[in-house]
Design a protein around this ligand. Structure first.
Ligand code: CTP
Length: 407
């Protein structure tokens, strides 16, 4: 086990000196008010794992908001309170941000519902958390500075490289923890403890009841960790895709997903779309996860593209005539999803194309501004795509000839 002194050394090494000193000051103030205060959450885990983390979350046994006021009175800065969550965010005069929370217990009235909360002590506060490695607290009171509270064998699980929930109902109360478990396992190169894995498998059907926003948020966090492909596979081993979409990711769909990510479609909704695309009823299945107007438009555009199939020997200009109204990004996504190389060539060519003439050139030829401008420029793009006009001189000659023939 880590001794208190070695933890203090780690804190000193990892925190900016200002922040470290601030914690000591807060601890001293807490002592003078007879209040226990603890660092909690990811930062404690990361001290032990020697990983950088400056996300300061404090919990107090007592009223978090009134303690926040006390430290502001003594140390200055500003406070924003969220009465509903018994939480305050304190911004110090040197612009360090800390969250100060009241220790609380949570009750879940129904599976996958949001909890009701009430004030409690540190042990209870840790007990409601997701995994043992996240359920560590570090006391910062002057008298106990650096005392590690580990009621749920968090350090032992770190040594065994395991993600373990704290009680059997954890995934049932909050099924998004299934995705979180995978995220932390991949981040630290851990595995799920055997029983945790079994309970995740048993609870994965409950993810259906989680709101699309919460599910997408967790998937987005997996993407941000750059572990989405392995994440999708591990979620599959817990039957997550099976229960949500009645699908099993194939090697082919994982390869598409890899390409989608490589082209910077780093968006949780697009991951869901890619896994489902081409499956029976894909549109209905992903509809629940298209939260924004943009995402809905994307679905509509993909559908619209599906209705204009291309033949093998189609020219670039003919493709352009049919697809120019679609955004390049959307066509690129479509080419990945449908593996259409002809369209891929078109998107790449269209992207590289430099306009040979501008509106100014048309004005110089005495053409009156109006819809005719975009018609002419569109025609020119078609000739460029087919390599029939390749430089500005040819373009000007073409324009002059057109002008002579009254367009
Ligand atoms: N938590 C939880 N159940 C959730 C989400 C969060 O129990 N569904 C708890 C975890 O114990 C976590 C704390 O709330 O330590 C804060 O959540 P979050 O900021 O997401 O976790 P971090 O561990 O700080 O994650 P990260 O390292 O990615 O910032």
């Amino acid at each position: 086990p880590v001794t208190d002194q070695s933890i203090v050394t780690k804190m000193q090494a990892q925190l900016p000196p200002d922040t470290y000193n601030l914690l000591r000051e807060i601890g001293a103030i807490a002592d003078s008010h007879g209040i226990n205060v603890y660092l909690i959450g990811g930062i404690v885990r990361d001290f032990l794992l020697n990983r950088l983390n400056e996300d300061i979350d404090l919990v107090v046994e007592g009223d978090g908001i009134s303690f926040a006021h006390t430290i502001r009175e003594q140390l200055g800065g500003q406070i924003k309170t969220h009465e509903q969550f018994a939480t305050a965010t304190w911004t110090t005069p040197t612009n360090i941000k800390l969250d100060i929370v009241t220790c609380r217990t949570e009750y879940y009235d129904a599976p996958a519902a949001l909890p009701t909360v009430r004030a409690s002590n540190i042990r209870e506060d840790l007990r409601r958390r997701d995994f043992s490695i996240n359920a560590l607290a570090l006391q910062i009171n002057k008298s106990d500075f650096g005392k590690l509270l580990d009621f749920f064998q968090g350090q032992e699980d770190m040594d065994n490289k395991e993600i373990r929930i704290l009680h059997n109902l954890s995934f049932i109360e909050d099924p998004t923890r299934i995705v979180r478990a995978i995220r932390f396992a991949l981040r630290f190169d851990y595995t799920l403890a055997k029983q945790t894995e079994e309970l995740a498998l048993n609870a994965s059907y409950l993810l259906k009841q989680v709101s699309a926003t919460r599910f997408l948020r967790e998937i987005q966090l997996l993407i941000n960790e750059e572990t989405i492909i392995r994440g999708v596979k591990l979620l599959d081993s817990l039957h997550v895709w099976q229960s949500l979409f009645n699908l099993k990711p194939t090697i082919e769909s994982l390869m598409k997903l890899e390409q989608v990510i490589a082209y910077h479609f780093n968006d949780a909704f697009i991951v869901i779309l890619t896994l489902n695309y081409g499956q029976h009823n894909w549109k209905q299945k992903v509809k629940r996860y298209s939260l924004t107007t943009k995402q809905n438009q994307l679905i509509q555009q993909l559908e619209a593209m599906q209705t204009v199939p291309l033949s093998k020997n189609e020219t670039m200009s003919s493709i352009h005539n049919r697809y120019h109204m679609f955004k390049e990004d959307t066509i690129l996504l479509y080419t990945i999803l449908t593996e259409n190389t002809l369209l891929r060539n078109y998107v790449e060519k269209r992207e590289q194309l430099k306009p040979l003439l501008t509106g100014q050139d048309l004005l110089m030829q005495g053409i009156k501004p109006g819809p005719i401008f975009s018609d002419i420029l569109h025609q020119l793009t078609c000739f460029q795509l087919d390599n029939e006009i390749i430089n500005r001189n040819d373009a000007l000659t073409w324009l002059q000839a057109k002008r002579k023939n009254n367009l």
